[in-house]
Design a protein around this ligand. Structure first.
Ligand SMILES: C[S@@+](CC[C@H](N)C(=O)[O-])C[C@H]1O[C@@H](n2cnc3c(N)ncnc32)[C@H](O)[C@@H]1O
Length: 209
């Protein structure tokens, strides 16, 4: 975990200045997500990075708790939120594996560009499922390299990590991601594969009791 925090701390400033690679797809994901939001919602965003997405969503929900493993990412995010005068986003520094909220306490959990970066995405999704209220939403956008030429990243990843040039990246297919979401107990409501060919955007719901 310390290695991941170090990697993301090191790239945080560069990441904050990098334009979104596919603006149209980003906007579509924001719009789909906002279709599900209600003003009374308690939202958790895991792996929030420099807070840009939380800032866009904040006016549509009651509160967003934005969590990231990188203190440097959070420092940048806090600065942006303060400058914008947004008062319904709070922050915490934690790895997805360590963060907990009380069972059935959240209306929505977002994990955007995150689940390919965690050691055990199934365990993470099980925890997310537990934290969500019945009927709660899980929104994920995950890089799925398993069917692209970039699947070979899996081979060079150990060396890239050793040299501090890459974070840990898990390689799997979009169908495997879909199956993991279902296996965690969610029902998939939207599955969109953006034109980049390496992302699966999923909106899923925990069953009502
Ligand atoms: C590719 S960036 C995505 C940031 C943001 N969600 C977005 O879509 O722009 C991945 C983010 O996840 C964070 N991260 C990586 N591994 C993590 C972990 N195990 N737990 C929590 N956050 C993590 C990184 O610090 C980084 O901010």
């Amino acid at each position: 975990m310390a290695q991941a925090a170090r990697f993301w701390d090191n790239v945080a400033l560069r990441y904050s200045k990098k334009p979104v690679s596919d603006e149209a797809s980003y906007q579509k994901k924001l719009k789909i997500t906002q279709e599900y939001f209600r003003p009374d919602m308690e939202v958790l965003e895991l792996g929030c990075g420099t807070g840009s997405t939380a800032m866009v969503h904040a006016p549509f929900v009651k509160h967003i708790h934005a969590v990231d493993i990188s203190a440097r990412m959070l420092e940048i995010a806090k600065g942006k939120v303060e400058t914008a005068g947004i008062d319904n986003i709070t922050f915490a520094c934690a790895a997805i594996d360590d963060f907990t909220a009380p069972d059935e306490s959240l209306d929505a959990v977002l994990a955007l560009s995150l689940l390919h970066l965690v050691t055990d995405k199934e365990a993470s999704m099980a925890r997310i499922h537990r934290m969500l209220k019945p009927g709660g939403l899980f929104v994920s956008s995950t890089v799925c390299l398993g069917e692209s030429m970039m699947r070979y990243i899996g081979l060079i990843n150990p060396l890239g990590r050793m040299l501090g040039l890459m974070p840990m990246v898990k390689v799997f297919k979009a169908k495997e991601m879909e199956d993991s979401v279902t296996a965690a107990g969610f029902e998939i409501e939207r599955l969109w594969l953006p034109p980049d060919g390496i992302t699966a955007f999923i909106v899923a719901r925990k069953a009502e009791v």
